[in-house]
Design a protein around this ligand. Structure first.
Ligand code: NAI
Length: 254
């Protein structure tokens, strides 16, 4: 983990909304932002013990934090959550579209449900939340939107056509918004993590995990904190002239 300075908090006084942040990469982003003085609203499918534990950890850092239960794939729910967050926190400066799932399978055997689920949770959710927050950001004439894509969205991957398509879509969505809303002072970027140690990747068979690691020039998986730090950079004013980009966090895999 990076050395944290107690003197400079680069997101001091800002408010972030992060989808699917009860665990994994989203949770790491939430904690990383909170350590930098950011208030954090986050969603997950339900207010489970794990989600409540993340909320408590955030509150212990002395910032305002609240968990909201919502399926990120639902358009109307996104609107409602954003309205609640605005009422609870007063504003939204940063949106992180993080919620994501895999439903892997070779295309020949992939059914419609596998395709629809992944596109809805990974891609439509980013549309839902971006659509809901941009009026707030446009009025403020500032805002940073970051979506968690994947190296698979840049390179493709056998057995993950649905996932790769959703992640390529999210990259194009961010690039389009960057162009559409740049004149309004908004920035939009994507990060493309490679192989990161999380529950999602722990679910893969050991043999598959070993073969991934073999193909990574840095010969190790990335950590959720390493993804969070790149997202922190894109969320903060340190990246104030960077928009429409996709930043790979993959140990030189691509
Ligand atoms: P994870 O499975 O550990 O955590 C995902 C979180 O999102 C969970 O808390 C889950 O409950 C929540 N979630 C799932 N569906 C949701 C929905 N419909 N609405 C709201 N919340 C929902 O996954 P991980 O690894 O932390 O992944 C986070 C993001 O990073 C995903 O978009 C994933 O595709 C992406 N990613 C992950 C990589 C990895 O190696 N773990 C690599 C590249 C990208």
């Amino acid at each position: 983990m990076y050395a944290h300075s107690n003197t400079i908090m680069i997101l001091q006084g800002k408010t972030a909304l992060i989808t699917g942040a009860g665990r994994g990469i989203g949770r790491a982003i939430a904690l990383c932002f909170a350590r930098e003085g950011c208030n954090v609203a986050f969603t997950d499918l339900e207010l489970s013990d794990q989600v409540r534990a993340t909320e408590s950890e955030l509150l212990a850092l002395g910032i305002q934090a609240k968990a909201y239960a919502a399926d990120a794939a639902h358009f109307n729910a996104a609107q409602t959550i954003v309205e609640q967050v605005q009422a609870d926190f007063g504003t939204i400066d940063i949106l992180v579209n993080n919620a994501g799932i895999t439903r892997d399978g070779l295309l020949l055997r992939m059914n419609e449900q596998q395709w629809d689920d992944v596109i809805s949770v990974n891609l439509k959710s980013a549309f839902n939340y971006t659509h809901a927050v941009i009026p707030i950001m446009m009025r403020a004439r500032r805002g940073s939107i970051i979506s968690i894509a994947s190296v698979v969205g840049l390179a493709g991957n056998p057995g993950q056509a649905n996932y790769a398509a959703s992640k390529a879509g999210i990259i194009a969505l961010m690039k389009s918004i960057a162009k559409e809303l740049g004149p309004r002072g908004l920035r939009a970027n994507a990060v493309a993590p490679g192989y990161i140690d999380t529950d999602m990747t722990q679910a893969l068979p050991q043999q598959v995990r070993d073969s991934f690691i073999e193909r990574i020039p840095m010969h190790r998986a990335g950590t959720t904190d390493e993804v969070a730090q790149a997202v922190l950079f894109l969320a903060s004013d340190m990246s104030s002239y960077i928009s429409g980009q996709v930043l790979a966090i993959d140990g030189a895999m691509n």
